[in-house]
Design a protein around this ligand. Structure first.
Ligand code: DGL
Length: 307
């Protein structure tokens, strides 16, 4: 059995978006190894029913657990909103989601205590951000709006050509997103601006890839929050407190696995990360489905004494 400190951090998302969290993790924790599973074949999670997403969380969590990870990060807001509590009850490693860290960063950033959140339909409908913000500061008002097409725009931008992603993220304007992006973005964001928010949570791990364009629409006075940095901080603290951090001499080895096309994942993932993923492995959805998983319904409603 491997020393726990040498084990990787398991991270998963519905696809490529969670790599924005991996980018922060690797830069904040340069000695840690990451094992990332992108469930590209079943992306997007956003429009799915919470029960189905919970089932995916259990399957992927079981798969990652079988690879001897020391901590699990659910790098997807939709999956965190539906399945974080269940994953924490089910798996014997610490499980960290992206909603609470984003909520905490927003509560710390806001001055007028009016916070906007954009995310997938599933995330917004769950009310997870409002609950998390209220738990930290009941005086902060949250205004949420689903922005599902932003996920499609990121996915399409990534697949279009090699310059599309770079232009999405650059300071300058670009041909790909205009003018339809700005029209759509105004539809999503104008109501939040009218509500007088001074802070906007990018409540989907795909959205940091659009942050330059979103900032242009909301204006410079609104502070954008991505949970990635705060999540990395929480991971570091959890590992340190438990004595599970990788030794300073450790040479990290990252592994990337997808339920979709490994070659495409390698190409697009390397561009999001800014460094090469190396060869990406494939895992079939059927393999995940075959893993023995408890019934999410009964797990979700079980009281602690019943577990
Ligand atoms: N990455 C997912 C999230 O953070 C969004 C993409 C999806 O709908 O699957 O919510």
């Amino acid at each position: 059995m491997r020393d726990v400190r040498d084990r990787p951090i398991g991270v998963f998302d519905s696809g490529l978006g969670g790599l924005t969290v991996v980018r922060e993790l690797v830069s904040a924790l340069p000695h840690e190894s990451v094992l990332y599973l992108g469930d590209t074949a079943r992306c997007p999670y956003g429009p799915r029913e919470p029960d189905e997403v919970r089932r995916f969380v259990l399957q992927i969590g079981a798969w990652l657990s079988a690879q001897e990870i020391k901590l699990m990060v659910i790098a997807c807001n939709t999956a965190t909103a539906s399945g974080l509590a269940l994953a924490q009850q089910t798996f014997d490693v610490p499980v960290i989601g992206v909603v609470e860290p984003g909520a905490r960063a927003a509560v710390q950033a806001t001055r007028n205590r009016r916070v906007g959140v954009i995310g997938t339909v599933g995330t917004v409908r769950s009310g997870a951000y409002s609950d998390a913000v209220r738990a930290l500061d009941a005086g902060v008002t949250v205004f949420s709006a689903p922005a599902p097409k932003f996920v499609d725009i990121v996915e399409a931008g990534l697949r279009m050509d090699d310059s599309a992603l770079e232009s999405l993220m650059s300071q300058t304007t670009d041909v790909f997103v205009r003018p339809s992006f700005y029209e759509l973005a105004r539809d999503y964001l104008d109501p939040l601006k009218r509500a007088g928010i001074d802070t906007l949570v990018l409540g989907c791990t795909h959205f940091p890839l659009l942050s330059t364009a979103i900032q242009q629409v909301v204006g410079p006075s609104v502070r954008l929050i991505s949970s990635a940095e705060e999540t990395a901080r929480e991971v570091r603290e959890t590992l340190e407190v438990r004595g599970h951090a990788a030794p300073a001499a450790a040479r990290p080895a990252h592994r990337f696995v997808t339920t979709g096309d490994p070659e495409e994942f390698e190409r697009l993932g390397s561009r999001i990360l800014g460094w090469p993923t190396g060869p990406v492995e494939a895992v079939g959805v059927e393999e995940l489905e075959r893993l023995l998983t408890p019934d999410p319904e009964s797990m979700a409603s079980a009281r602690p004494e019943e577990l």
